[in-house]
Design a protein around this ligand. Sequence first.
Ligand code: FAD
Ligand code: SF4
Ligand code: SF4
Length: 401
Amino acid sequence: MTNINSNNHKKSKALKPGSRRPAKELCSECGLCDTYYIHYVKEACAFITQRIEELEVNTHQRCRDLDKENELYFGVHQEMMAARKQVPIVGAQWTGIVSTIAIEMLNRGLVEGVVCVQNSQEDRFQPMPTIARTPEAILAAKVNKPTLSPNLSVLEEIERSGMKKLLVIGVGCQIQALRTVEKQLGLEKLYVLGTPCVDNVTRAGLQKFLETTSRSPGTVVSYEFMQDFRVHFKHEDGSEEKVPFFGLKTNILKDIFAPSCMSCFDYVNSLADLVVGYMGAPYPWQWIVVRNDTGKQMLDLVKEQLEIQPVMSQGNRQPAVQQGIKAYDDAVTLPMWVAQLMGIVIDRIGPKGLEYGKFSIDSHFARNYLYVKRHHPQKLEAHVPEFAKRIVAQYDLPEVD
Ligand code: FAD
Ligand code: SF4
Ligand code: SF4
């Protein structure tokens, strides 16, 4: 690698699009290696060096308390709540809390730009990372692009622009790399607004998922794996389609998730200042995790635009998780009518609120732990954070051959 010392930090030559990344097949295309910040890839890449616990201390001045169940699962936090916008943003993924916070921060001069991801003109799911400098540009980034997105590819532009106050919106793997190079960006203040993230796919993988699962793949505008154990697809004509998780063609879909996402243990975006998702709240509320004072400051800007209620927790996830581990490993696919029925029963008696969030974390961590053990056994010990090891240890996992 070429080291060029200027602007007080080291730079290396960015990789060409499509070339093999340092994390090889585990690369989540976070965008760092598209910039001269690739110089820091060994420490920054979530798949080369897993550093969540160390970076938690840098960011929040402490790491999560593993003996408190909510911290073990959801990371360092001051408070959690369920919330929704009184007037939702039409076309947002949920009610648009993320876009609203970003717009307020820009309008009030807290930041000069917002890193977010729009889509290309031709394809609503093709991610196009950008530094938004107007509310319109932030709104144009609303709704999930449910594909790997190189959000950090704009890092060089940040430095060139001379911006001093910036908000970055992103998912866990992007934020781990960002936190590692944060000090090199020349900023006075960085704000990080995260979303949880799991089961992400390449653009080709997304196509396969849509074609295998939806009745009309070409008209899907967004979808979500919901707390009622169904995938909800929204279509162009405003109609909604619901497909039970238990009816998904697991045997076909097993390979669509990106290897990075099958090896990821930062579902809850541990290093963001503020996290906005849905899985810890009862449907149709969003779920907010305030990790530190910066996150509180960000949330306070929009509180009067929100309806807020305390988080709740109900049910017992563990038997369902244990059964799911086995079903997934055996790649069971139920007939659709049985799946519909199971979906309804589980929705009535199944885990809700924080317990649903823990159900989802348990299920994904167990699956990912087995994936790393099978495909990258030499990485298992260092790559899986201590909190994930504790979570997975609650279950009987199948032997790995
Ligand atoms: P909006 O106001 O619609 O804004 C969405 C923001 O997300 C935009 O600013 C955009 O820049 C950003 N964004 C879109 N796609 C990407 C991407 N690929 N990478 C980085 N940033 C992106 N929440 C859960 O609770 N559980 C989950 O399992 C879960 N899985 C997710 C998987 C993915 C791939 C993504 C992107 C998000 C996931 N979320 C999950 C978060 C959730 O779906 C919503 O994004 C969140 O609740 C915010 O909704 P909103 O209406 O406030 O967002
Ligand atoms: Fe580089 Fe990001 Fe891929 Fe790691 S995940 S190799 S930092 S682009
Ligand atoms: Fe990144 Fe993890 Fe989301 Fe995959 S699941 S895109 S690795 S945060």
